[in-house]
Design a binder for this molecule. Structure first.
Ligand SMILES: *Cc1c(COP(=O)(O)O)cnc(C)c1O
Length: 709
């Protein structure tokens, strides 16, 4: 095949369209193409295709297309991308089977789509990113709205004393897969919000996520006073003054931005309270059209859905009344309502006198439906907000639940991806929610114990090699460093446990070390060796969390934990992907009932991992006695936190020494742990088809977005 000038230009155009669509983030073959172009840039930029794209010229591309094999692979990826974009699936069973036109507007303070886009801090963002990806796969029109954090969430380094250090590198938008949103004349689209006496301007960046888009709002425009240019720079970094202003841009600004684009959403979904000011803008729209207040409120409610994520009262955004008055007085005037009336939207009967405005209350009051993120979390949320529904018993409080999930293709490592394709061609991705399919493909006649065990070894090795190479850069790794790390850090044959999440005290990263003698015994057993890998950031102002992290770092430096208990810096989606695939067991030890759902444990099953967790959040629903292990008792305790920790730790030691470790090392004459693998199969069958975002988005769609009224 001879490439003409025109062909090369056309291929480049198709390549750019693909690189600027995060579709590639859940398609390993597309990622392999970027990597092949420039392995060094791909690795050094945390897998950023735009950085790679800037590394090669048209001349190089023309030359490399001379490699027929590469050309064929590139063409095949471009063809699948274009076929994906052209295919218009119909969302099943809603809207009378007709195509849905007006999109769902999904508002969230953070979006975790891929590690090269640092606009997330943790679970909430990753959930939002996975939600958008599944909406795209399912053909649900959806637009995300969030904020463009130029400094992102912080990068974490551990200093020689075990303290967390934070840095905030600046993101150059021209170097990442985002595009500025322009108006019809090609000029940057600028909208405004009023905050106190100031007019704040903002622009928007579009991220293409398959067939969906996310718009991230950014106040760094020349029209703004200097101090407002940095308003959207940091994620959750600032004080309440910054916070409320960011939330005004997100909620009120977000609605205006969509309107300016000509987008008329069918539903506004507030994912957590940060975006709840959007209801006020919708209300202002109605009132300014002359609709009477009561009717206007009803019209707003009809369009809005609210999801709460936090079972701790302190986790809900609250603003003092004078701050609300200062920032929103002109807005209230426009709406022709008093500040007092506006305050009411954020208050319950019992908080009326506190002069505090609670964003969750606003979201709940102006939504037609609300939900929590697991069954247990909805029980807690109903009790927490019962004041808002006078006269109702807690069971009747209208806060339902949609249990969280994960976007399985994004969390399937390339090796696992190839594994599933080998066994059932391309069908696994279109059968994600089909329990019969997973029952069938996990049958020993289809995948043998030997193949599953080989996969576990491949993934464990991949993780350990990744950790060893990181250890050479991370001088405070805890275990051996430098040359030694390459050969001695962790073992390829040991039972490998993973623990990665935000370092907040309630997550109890140190539960395993509650009784140090028991812990030493476990880690010192030469016949049945175990090892654990930790990762996670602590919020910059959470000193208790940082102290916790320091204690974990200390463990990594002591005998017998040295080289077997390791901490890897700077937890992000890339580190997460390695960990969830390479670990045999995923450990989760929150203090009940503080884990609303949790999702990291849902990412492991497709790669053959097993979950060992407190019965909280999603695991409280998913655990069936055969698909993993439970720690602690299900009953609610009225004990002191120390006593609860002691009991949960005791239970953890028991489960590890009596169940987990023996099962892993119980091998037949061919060295295969048959019973362990049986558990892997059970986990795949019971977890993959349910705890994924395809099921979750379908549930949101049928139960909430398009619920029969
Ligand atoms: C999945 C994920 C999380 C969420 O984990 P939880 O178990 O819900 O705490 C947080 N951070 C990253 C980077 C993730 O990939």
């Amino acid at each position: 095949m001879k490439k003409t000038e025109r062909d090369v230009k056309a291929i480049l155009k198709r390549f750019d369209a693909m690189a600027y669509n995060l579709w590639w983030s859940w398609n390993p073959r597309a990622q392999a193409i970027f990597e092949e172009f420039s392995p060094l840039t791909w690795e050094a930029t945390n897998h950023n295709p735009i950085a790679v794209r800037k590394q090669f010229s048209e001349t190089e591309l023309r030359a490399r297309l001379g490699d027929e094999d590469f050309l064929a692979r590139l063409m095949s990826v471009l063809d699948s991308f274009e076929a994906y974009m052209d295919y218009k699936p119909r969302f099943p069973n809603i809207n009378g089977g007709k195509r849905i036109h007006d999109p769902i507007a999904y508002f969230c303070a953070e979006f975790g789509i891929h590690e090269c886009l640092p606009f997330y801090s943790g679970g909430l963002g990753v959930l939002a990113g996975d939600h958008v990806k599944s909406a795209s796969d399912l053909g649900l029109p959806l637009v995300g709205v969030g904020l463009f954090y130029r400094h992102g969430y912080f990068q974490q380094h551990i200093d020689p004393n075990g303290h967390q250090q934070e840095s905030y590198p600046t993101t150059d938008p021209s170097n990442i897969p985002v595009e500025i949103v322009a108006d019809d004349s090609g000029k940057t689209l600028i909208c405004t919000v009023t905050i106190g006496n100031s007019t704040v301007h903002f622009q928007g960046w579009r991220i293409n996520v398959g067939r969906c888009q996310i718009y991230l709002l950014d106040t760094d425009v020349p029209e703004n006073e200097e101090h407002y240019r940095g308003l959207t720079a940091g994620a959750y970094g600032g004080d309440i003054n910054t916070r409320i202003r960011q939330e005004i841009v997100l909620g009120i600004g977000g609605v205006r931005f969509l309107r300016a684009l000509g987008i008329q959403p069918a539903v506004f979904h507030m994912n957590e309270g940060h975006a709840a000011f959007l209801t006020l803008e919708l209300l202002r729209e109605q009132i300014s059209k002359g609709v009477p207040k009561t009717k206007a409120k009803q019209l707003v409610r009809d369009q809005c859905i609210f999801t709460t994520h936090t079972p701790v009262p302190a986790g809900h955004d609250r603003f003092p009344g004078d701050l609300i008055e200062f920032t929103l007085k002109p807005f209230a005037d426009w709406m022709k309502i008093s500040i007092k009336e506006l305050m009411r939207f954020g208050q319950t009967i019992s908080t009326e006198d506190s002069a505090e405005f609670i964003m969750t209350v606003l979201g709940l009051k102006l939504s037609r439906a609300a939900n929590a993120v697991s069954e247990k979390h909805s029980d807690i949320s109903r009790l927490m907000w019962i004041d808002l529904f006078p006269g109702l018993k807690s069971k009747k409080v209208p806060i339902g639940h949609v249990t969280n999930g994960v976007h399985i293709p994004s969390w399937t490592l390339q090796r696992s991806w190839e594994f599933w394709e080998r066994h059932n061609s391309h069908r696994w991705k279109s059968h994600l929610c089909d329990p019969k399919f997973w029952q069938h493909v996990t049958n020993p006649k289809i995948v043998s114990d030997e193949e599953l065990w080989a996969l576990r070894y491949e993934l464990r090795r991949e993780l350990i090699e990744f950790l060893r190479s990181r250890a050479q850069q991370q001088h405070t790794f805890g275990g051996p460093t430098g040359e030694d790390a390459l050969y001695r850090l962790l073992s390829f044959d040991s039972l490998t446990i993973g623990f990665a999440r935000r370092f907040a005290p309630y997550k109890r990263a140190l539960l395993l070390f509650n009784d140090i003698v028991r812990a030493q015994e476990l880690f010192d057993d030469p016949h049945r060796p175990i090892q654990i890998v930790y990762a996670g950031k602590s919020h910059p102002r959470d000193n208790e969390g940082k102290d916790y992290l320091k204690q974990v770092i200390n463990m990594t430096r002591q005998h017998p934990f040295f080289g077997k208990v390791v901490f890897i810096e700077n937890y992000d989606m890339n580190v997460a992907r390695h960990l969830i695939a390479g670990c045999d067991v995923w450990l989760n030890t929150p203090r009940r009932p503080l884990e609303a759902s949790g999702t990291s444990g849902q990412k492991i099953s497709i790669n053959g991992g097993l979950h060992l967790s407190i019965l909280d959040g999603w695991w409280n629903e998913a655990y069936n006695g055969k698909n993993g292990w439970a720690i602690g008792e299900k009953v609610k305790d009225s004990l002191t936190p120390e006593e609860i920790d002691r009991r949960d730790a005791e239970s953890l030691y028991q489960v590890l020494s009596n169940d987990v470790i023996p099962l892993f090392y119980q091998r037949d004459k061919n060295g295969i742990p048959r019973k362990w693998i049986e558990k892997m199969r059970n986990a795949m069958r019971s977890i993959i088809p349910i705890y994924n975002t395809h099921r979750m988005v379908e549930e949101y769609t049928t139960k909430y977005y398009y619920a029969k009224k």
